[in-house]
Design a protein around this ligand. Structure first.
Ligand code: MTE
Ligand code: MOS
Length: 785
């Protein structure tokens, strides 16, 4: 569009159409912006981007030992291999050899003399093709002096091998409360780790630019951190590095910190070779060399009364962190913050041990420690119910946080003001026919010796906000172009969860324009700086607010312009259906954009948001770490085969409070996906290491993620219709990304019920997670072990 001098569009009273309807952009079940591209294969991931002609490829060489000193690393054959350009080792890194996200300098990019886990990267080979790099990497001759390795939680605990100091959270005198409780029970449950199994593995492409600058195209939840760590490794200022992420093919927490290492390697090689470099991990390498969900050992000592009301509880949490802290500190904290789940625990002590082991450094995974903490308390409730011969749901209900009053204060002294679980549980109990089905199942089990059924209803309460307060900030950048089309950018990243479409809905709603007019663009550190990871389920809460702030700035300028230009009071101006109406005049949004531009009005703005009201003091473990809680509940029905140990989830009913849903289609997708992922963690996904600390389950052949066949035949997901965030979040919506995963605890609990019915109610099943057929059989035959 050229300069239309003298043809500046006027507010034309003739054109006025008073029947314009408001466009409903928010609260609509809009399809994910990339859904069509995902299924047609046209969504571009890093490895799909057109490759520059001089692109070089990288492959890593990794350690075979869990703990060893490298006595000699002979890379001559690797270097001499035809097509190899160079080999990178720790000594070649000009800046810092560090990928620690919290800057403890406890984890190197490439091992330097000492290897601390099997699968740790030692060197990187750069070659003309990926297969040359891969073949050449196999020719390295590395000699080791093996050192004693700590491979499991128990050993680390006994040896006091920790990555961070133990942490204790306490309220009340638990010892005397336990001693005076009418009943008391001790037990233990372990939870397994989980590989993220994102469909797109770790990948980065580094493109060298002028003056030693570098552009990184990567698959990361945290572009700003990749930028910082790349700059540090290169020994350059942060402004020499730009990081861009269009989308990830799944992340689930596995790309919150884990993408940096590969981006750094690509950047270092691009910087020295002067050529673009791509690195894409093999699935096996990805599984061996990147962190997973922390496995936990949870011990409990609980005191309760004859009705099942908990009076005191002590928990021990010991989690396997691997070789370094990574995000283990906040993950262990979140596990502590969720060891109450939905229940008021008057006297409580949680001791959390962050164990250092010679295994890959564990990291964020959907729920971020929360699920593990919740498995602990849900197990306790099941155990109490079994001891008292009560319906576990009755015990759950009895222990729920009150809606108000003293019994609504968490162990970290935050008052819960938004508890909807009493209502939610009642609705779900009725809509799912829980009581009637429970009776039917009891009758069925009496006459079925081999197949046993179980049913369980479990709630989830999940705190929303980063517990590290300063991370709760977000930025956005919005441009309106002269034709009225809008460019949207913000610090959040898309990993399939639908963040981009939700934020676009917010911006379209502000301007009252069609969603198609808002261009979703790649996250780029050059556009919005110093961002936090897209994590903690807070992506929409934070970036939605930042984008709205940016849009509102522009809108304010436009209002002022229209008001002045046409002498109409601001109160009489409204944006509606791709138009602006001013009194009796109206013009299209596109005409408005051009008119404003001609009048030299800025049509670009940044927006910023910081989450209000939150605070937390790690010294005293008290404060308000969360702005609000997300709530949900699920009823799962399962069958187990007592001869084979197999389990099948036959029916699931979920009721979830997403506040006012910004996009019910996306939200239901998140609930379904999160639940199935949680069920995978709790039933079939099992990580195994051999006695040397080598992961033996590093491919889909040995690591079983859920498939469509594991989806319950009857899967009823409902968004709670009365949902409305009492905090002023974006359109009163609530976070959705992680909490549904924890609803899958109902599956595990139902399996435990089924086992208990086989054992005849005398013996307390000791089912750990994952509830694999082996684990179920072990519980069914406790004497044989
Ligand atoms: N959904 C899809 N499809 N893919 C993902 O990788 N990650 C989950 C969740 N849902 C994930 C997902 C995790 S771990 C988090 S923290 C949130 O999405 C992050 O996005 P949000 O903050 O926008 O909800
Ligand atoms: Mo999600 S585990 O907070 O990336």
């Amino acid at each position: 569009m050229g300069l239309r001098m003298g043809s500046c569009p006027m507010l034309d009273p003739e054109n006025t159409n008073r029947t314009r309807q408001k466009i409903q952009n928010v609260f609509s079940a809009v399809t994910h912006d990339s859904a069509g591209k995902h299924v047609s294969g046209t969504a571009l991931y890093v490895d799909d981007l057109p490759e520059p002609g001089n692109l070089l490829h990288c492959y890593i060489g990794t350690s075979e030992y869990a703990h060893a000193r490298i006595t000699n690393m002979d890379l001559s054959a690797t270097r001499q291999y035809k097509g190899v350009i160079q080999v990178l080792t720790a000594g070649d890194i000009p800046g810092s050899n560090d990928i620690s996200p919290v800057h403890l300098h406890d984890e190197p990019v490439l091992a330097d003399g000492l290897v601390q886990f099997a699968g740790q990267p030692l060197f990187a080979v750069l070659a003309e093709t990926r297969s040359i790099a891969r073949q050449a990497a196999q020719l390295a001759k590395v000699e080791y002096e093996e050192l004693p390795a700590i491979l499991d939680i128990e050993t680390a605990l006994a040896d006091k091998s920790f990555v961070l100091d133990p942490h204790i959270l306490q309220r009340g005198d638990t010892q005397s409360a336990l001693a005076s409780a009418p009943r008391r029970l001790q037990g233990e449950v372990t939870t397994g780790g989980q590989d993220h199994f994102y469909l797109e593995g770790q990948v980065s492409m580094a493109l060298p630019g002028e003056d030693g600058d570098v552009l990184i195209l990567t698959s990361s939840q945290h572009p700003s951190e990749v930028q910082l760590l790349v700059a540090h490794s290169l020994g350059k200022p942060v402004n020499a590095v730009t990081v861009e992420v269009r989308r990830m093919g799944g992340a689930f927490g596995g790309k919150e910190t884990q993408a940096a290492q590969w981006a750094i390697i690509a950047a270092l090689l691009a910087d020295t070779s002067g050529c673009p470099v791509k690195i894409r991990l093999d699935r096996d390498d990805d599984m061996c060399s990147t962190g997973k969900r922390h496995d936990f050992l949870i011990r409990y000592d609980v005191g309760y009364d004859a009705d099942g009301r908990i009076q005191a509880i002590e928990f021990l949490h010991a989690l396997r962190c691997g070789i370094s802290a990574d995000l283990s500190g906040p993950i262990a904290d979140r596990a502590m913050f969720h060891s109450d789940n939905a229940y008021y625990l008057p006297n409580i002590k949680i001791a959390s041990y962050r164990c250092k082991t010679n295994t890959v450094s564990n990291t964020a995974f959907r729920g971020f420690g929360g699920p593990q903490g919740m498995v602990g308390i849900e197990r306790v409730i099941d155990a109490i119910a079994q001891q008292l011969g009560l319906d576990p749901l009755a015990v759950r209900r009895l222990n729920l946080y009150d809606k108000d009053g003293k019994r609504s204060i968490t162990p970290y002294r935050m008052k819960i003001r938004d508890n909807v679980l009493h209502e939610l549980l009642t609705e779900l109990e009725e809509s799912s026919g829980y009581q009637q089905r429970r009776r039917q199942i009891e009758a069925f089990n009496r006459h079925s010796p081999v197949i046993k059924k179980g049913i369980a209803l479990t709630p989830a309460k999940f705190g929303i906000s980063f517990t590290t307060t300063f991370l709760n900030q977000a930025g956005a950048l919005v441009h309106v172009y002269k034709d009225g089309s809008v460019h949207l950018n913000h610090g959040g990243t898309e990993m399939g969860q639908g963040l981009m479409i939700k934020v676009a809905q917010v911006v379209a709603e502000e301007f009252q324009i069609d969603l198609e007019r808002v261009k979703i663009t790649a996250t780029n550190t050059g556009k919005v700086p110093n961002t936090s990871a897209t994590a903690a389920s807070a992506g929409t809460d934070m970036n939605g607010m930042a984008a709205r702030a940016a849009a509102r700035k522009i809108k304010k300028r436009l209002l002022k312009f229209v008001s002045k230009r046409f002498d109409v009071d601001k109160s009489a101006i409204s944006f509606v259906d791709n138009h602006v109406q001013a009194g009796e005049f109206e013009m299209s949004f596109a005409e408005l954009a051009e008119a404003a531009w001609l009048a030299r009005i800025s049509l670009s703005a940044t927006g910023f948001y910081r989450t209000p009201k939150i605070n937390y003091d790690p010294q005293t473990s008290t404060g308000r770490p969360f702005l609000y809680f997300a709530y949900g509940a699920a009823v799962s029905e399962v069958e187990i085969d007592c001869l084979t140990g197999e389990s099948l989830t036959t029916r699931v009913d979920i009721l979830y409070d997403v506040g006012k849903s910004l996009n019910p289609a996306i939200d239901i997708g998140q609930i379904e996906g999160g639940f199935i992922q949680g069920a995978g963690w709790l039933t079939s996904e099992e990580l195994c290491w051999d006695s040397k600390g080598r992961l033996t389950t590093h491919a889909p052949s040995t690591y079983k993620i859920p498939t469509i066949g594991d989806t319950p035949a009857s899967f009823n997901v409902q968004i709670w219709k009365k949902g409305r965030n009492r905090e002023k979040t974006i359109y009163r919506s609530k976070a959705i990304g992680e909490p549904p995963l924890m609803l899958a605890i109902s599956v595990h609990s139902a399996i435990n019920q089924a086992i208990a019915s086989k054992l005849g109610g005398q013996i307390l099943p000791a089912l750990n997670t994952p509830a694999t057929p082996e684990a179920i059989l072990t519980c069914l035959h406790p004497k044989e072990g």
